[in-house]
Design a protein around this ligand. Sequence first.
Ligand SMILES: Nc1ncnc2c1ncn2[C@@H]1O[C@H](COP(=O)(O)OP(=O)(O)OP(=O)(O)O)[C@@H](O)[C@H]1O
Ligand SMILES: [Mg+2]
Length: 256
Amino acid sequence: MARVIAFANQKGGVAKTTTTLNLGVALMEQGKRVLAVDLDPQGNLTMSQGWNPDEIERSLFDVLVHKLPITEIVRKGEIDIAVSSIDLAGAELALSSMIGRERALDKALLPVKEDYDYILIDTPPSLGLLTINALVASNGVIVPVQCEYLSLRGLVQLENTLTMIRENLNPDVAIQGILPTMYDKRLLHSKEAVEILRENFGDLVLNTKIRKTVRYAEAPVKGMSVLKYDPTGEAASMYRDLAKEVLDGASARQHA
Ligand SMILES: Nc1ncnc2c1ncn2[C@@H]1O[C@H](COP(=O)(O)OP(=O)(O)OP(=O)(O)O)[C@@H](O)[C@H]1O
Ligand SMILES: [Mg+2]
């Protein structure tokens, strides 16, 4: 059965999408079967494989709202991607009056859980119904945090949302890691940000830090992950390190 991981932080531009794709490709390099789910109406994950969300007819909107089987909207890219389209912006409203509105994604993923080792869900920068669907469907949450603009209040809000979801909808979901991103080792500020994270969240802060490099912005323009765009570069190797850390965490969980 797949382990389902959501990438969430209601703050925009912290590298949720970058991490979903590149960690997914790095896990695939390690022999894992990976599905990435683009649950963001902005469709950045879909775009990052070279597809235009404005030209996509059927997407997660149809899966969540019309119960279309998710296999119908999975495209083969570097990894399998359940695609977003502009319609998805209307999903929160369409779902809001439905019974079981928080569990629509969880239900949709059930038939494909045997087909993958990891299902990675990219979420929009909000704590609305789409993100709640992702958290309800997940076993763990990875929270990318931008070292340049650390927002502890935002993290507390996210934790409160998770507590509410554990009490009402999914008792098992928990933060599995906080991932420092856009880390610049030349800046004292970056080091301080990681120290503050460790003081507040201890071991939840992952050992892997994703440093700041322009490669991450270049690759999606070419419709590629950084692992394909610059396979031997440092940007790729940082996500390979993250994949190893995630896999080590998984084997530690199994033996616990
Ligand atoms: N480590 C990094 N160093 C430099 N730039 C990065 C890094 N990671 C991501 N970026 C760039 O920063 C921008 C935001 O990244 P990304 O789209 O992954 O964030 P996001 O959290 O998904 O944003 P949103 O909240 O809008 O969905 C993108 O242009 C991306 O290419
Ligand atoms: Mg994004």
